[in-house]
Structures are given as structure tokens and as C-alpha cells.
Design a protein around this ligand. Structure first.
Ligand SMILES: NC(=O)c1ccc[n+]([C@@H]2O[C@H](COP(=O)([O-])OP(=O)(O)OC[C@H]3O[C@@H](n4cnc5c(N)ncnc54)[C@H](O)[C@@H]3O)[C@@H](O)[C@H]2O)c1
Ligand SMILES: O=c1ccn([C@@H]2O[C@H](COP(=O)(O)OP(=O)(O)O[C@H]3O[C@H](CO)[C@@H](O)[C@H](O)[C@H]3O)[C@@H](O)[C@H]2O)c(=O)[nH]1
Length: 325
């Protein structure tokens, strides 16, 4: 298949394009480089442009069979302080992308959704039928776009897979690419940087939450596992699969306190940290029931939290030389 990958120069997209190419697909990346890094797209055709550029999309979509849509603004905390940015990029621009898709012959679509669409879950682990009541603007935009896809699949014959990732983490096991965000606000890179002394002590948001050790719980899923799930989603659509939404997680939650202990073990260094109030828009505990992914896509995660920290640590050591290339 020929796949247009929006946001393929970002963290998760750059891992997915490598897996797609390894499976024999032809990839074109569209990325405006607002948060992406061109070095992550090395070896692939990268078109620098915006998903809202109708003219550009018309020409790109003429030559592809499917779209994989990663491009978005994706910081939970920032979406609370600057919601306009999120409604603009994740809804307004994304709707223009869909107009372009519907005006083309492309009818297969894979979307980067998120467990942030669930809000505070009604039960744990979270299944795809758990209620979706997001508690931050980022989650609202992602849920809205899922609803757009659902309506367009009924009205326009679009077939889509909305992949609801839990917390993407880790780096490519071959050491070539890994997590880069500007600014970096994610827990694992900030924890590693704190251990290495390349960033200030970690601020842990919340220590008296309603969780067994009082710190927040997340289901960290290795970015290479996410990548293989995307390739499986493309195969599912290629084989005529119906539109659906699927959780991508390990099924296991790790608390921040547990995570700090693993980072200390892997790095052999203490993680300097301080506690602060919970971050606005953060649910205390999120972890998946990943069984639908196994049933529908034949996919399950291969890496665990220790693998995640080990690959992320190796990447963190390499990052200065990667950025200096
Ligand atoms: N990181 C996570 O834990 C996580 C979890 C669930 C869902 N997601 C979703 O996965 C996707 C990728 O996340 P990521 O962590 O790789 O983020 P990222 O910021 O590294 O990647 C996003 C990419 O999209 C590009 N982009 C943004 N807006 C664009 C636009 N209007 N036109 C063209 N390109 C644009 C950016 O330059 C960047 O390369 C996002 O949709 C995010 O919401 C991420
Ligand atoms: O310096 C920090 C950074 C984070 N956290 C906490 O760590 C947890 C994870 O935070 P973070 O790494 O920022 O990820 P999330 O806010 O959970 O968001 C990520 O994971 C979501 C799915 O859960 C995706 O949808 C988002 O795009 C992605 O950024 C949260 O409880 C944060 O409060 C801290 O305590 N200190």
C-alpha cells in the first residue's frame, strides 16, 4: 500500500513509518515540523506542509491508498492553558484534512486517538466500551474527531481504525530514533534527564491521589509496539475490515513512584524530585484492557516497562549527538 503519514516526522509517527516500510509499504510523510524533527524522517520522503493545505493534499492524496493521521497538538497540560490551539489544529485543520480525503478516492484511514478520550474511567482496566467523557480540551478534540470519522464512515464509505494509545514511551531498540518533544513535558524523558542531571529535579504532580501509593498511574506502551499495531491496522483495512476503535496498551499500570525506582535501577543514579499539586486535566489512573487489539488486529505488546526505560535511557544518552548531527 501507499500510505500518507501526517505527523510522520514526530515521535510516534517516525517509528510507525519505519515499521510500515519494513512491511513493504510505500510511505510519504506530510509534516509541518511544528513539533517534529526532520532528522526523525531521515530516509523517507518528507513533504513539509500543513494538513489544512487543500491544494497540497489534493496532489498528495492522488497517489496514495490510505492515510495515517498522527499530526496534532498533543500536550494535555497545554490544552488546558491554550485550548484554542487544540481546537484549531486538532479539529479545524483536521476537518480540512478530511474534506481533502473525502474529495479524493482514499477511503482507508488510521487515526491517533488516545486514552485521554475516556476522562476519569468508570472502571479499570479501560475497555473500548468504557464511557468517553474527556476532562481536558485535548481529549475533547480527539473524541470529537472520532465522532467525525464515525459519521463519515456511515455517510461516505470511509473505513477507519481509531487507535486509542495509552502513554507512548521508549525508543527504537536499534538506537536510531527515539522521543524528542519541544518542549519536553513527558514524564519518562524528564525523569531520565533529572537522573542524568541534564534537567532540573523532576516535579511529580500529585502525591496524595486516590491510588495505592498516592502517585499517578499510567499504562506505558513501547513506541515500537505502537508502530507494529499501526501496520496491523493497515493490513486490517486492506483486508476489508470494518471501522472500529481499539485500545493500545499493555494492560498494566505503573505508578510514578514505581517508575522512579525502575529509572534508578536502570541508570544506577538517584532521581532528584519534588512534589507539587496534581496537574489540571490529569486523571489519577489510566490503564487498558488490550484484549480487543488481540482479537481484531492479532496484536499484543511485546515490551514491558523495564524494556521501555532501558531503550529510553540509551536514547537519552545518545540524544545530544543526534541533535548535533
Ligand atoms: N505521545 C503519546 O503518549 C500519545 C498518546 C496518545 C495519542 N497520541 C497521539 O499520537 C500522535 C503523535 O504524537 P507524538 O507524541 O508523536 O507527537 P509529536 O508532536 O512528536 O508528533 C506530531 C507531529 O505532527 C506534526 N504536526 C502537528 N500539527 C500539524 C499540522 N497541522 N500539519 C502537519 N503536521 C503537523 C508535528 O510537527 C509533529 O511532527 C498525536 O496525534 C497524539 O495526539 C500520543
Ligand atoms: O514533569 C512531569 C510530567 C508528567 N507528570 C505526570 O506523569 C503523568 C504522565 O504525564 P505525561 O508524560 O505528560 O503524559 P500525559 O499527560 O498522560 O499525556 C500523554 O499520554 C496521553 C495518553 O495518556 C496522550 O494522549 C498525550 O498525547 C501524551 O502527551 C501525568 O500524571 C503527569 O501529571 C509528572 O508528574 N511530572
Amino acid at each position: 500500500m501507499r500510505v500518507l503519514v501526517t505527523g510522520g516526522s514526530g515521535y510516534i509517527g517516525s517509528h510507525a513509518v519505519r515499521d510500515l516500510a519494513a512491511a513493504g509499504h510505500e510511505v510519504v510523510i506530510l509534516d509541518n515540523l511544528s513539533t517534529g524533527n526532520p532528522a526523525l524522517a531521515k530516509g523517507f520522503r518528507l513533504v513539509q506542509g500543513d494538513i489544512a493545505d487543500r491544494e497540497l493534499l489534493k496532489s498528495l492524496l492522488a497517489d496514495v491508498d490510505a492515510v495515517m493521521h498522527f499530526a496534532a497538538s498533543a500536550y494535555v497540560g497545554e490544552s488546558v492553558s491554550n485550548p484554542r490551539k487544540y481546537f484549531h489544529n486538532n479539529v479545524e485543520s483536521a476537518l480540512l484534512l478530511m474534506d481533502s480525503v473525502l474529495e479524493s478516492s482514499v477511503r482507508q484511514f488510521v487515526f491517533s486517538s488516545t486514552c485521554a478520550t475516556y476522562g476519569i474511567p468508570d472502571k479499570l482496566p479501560i475497555t473500548e466500551t468504557s464511557h468517553q467523557k474527556p476532562i481536558n480540551p485535548y481529549g475533547v478534540t480527539k473524541l470529537f474527531f472520532e465522532d467525525v470519522l464515525s459519521a463519515y464512515s456511515v455517510a461516505h464509505g470511509l473505513r477507519y481504525v481509531a487507535l486509542r494509545y495509552f502513554n507512548a514511551a521508549g525508543a527504537h531498540p536499534n538506537g536510531e530514533i527515539g522521543e524528542i518533544h519541544h518542549p519536553e513535558t513527558h514524564l519518562i524523558p524528564l525523569t531520565l534527564k533529572a537522573a542524568l542531571g541534564t534537567a532540573p529535579p523532576l516535579t511529580v504532580f500529585g502525591k496524595d491521589l486516590d491510588t495505592p501509593d498516592g502517585t499517578c498511574i499510567r499504562d506505558f506502551i513501547h513506541v515500537s509496539d505502537l508502530a507494529t499495531a499501526h501496520t496491523a491496522a493497515v493490513a486490517y483495512l486492506e483486508n476489508g475490515g470494518a471501522s472500529t476503535a481499539i485500545n493500545l496498551g499493555t494492560g498494566k499500570g505503573t505508578s510514578i513512584a514505581e517508575l522512579l525506582a525502575i529509572v534508578e535501577e536502570v541508570s544506577g543514579k538517584p532521581v532528584p524530585h519534588v512534589y507539587a499539586a496534581p496537574r489540571a486535566g490529569d486523571p489519577p489512573a489510566l490503564y487498558s484492557d488490550p484484549s480487543k487489539a488481540k482479537e481484531v488486529l492479532g496484536w499484543k505488546s511485546k515490551y514491558d516497562i523495564r524494556d521501555i526505560i532501558e531503550t529510553a535511557y540509551q536514547w537519552e544518552l545518545k540524544l545530544p549527538s543526534f541533535l548535533a548531527q
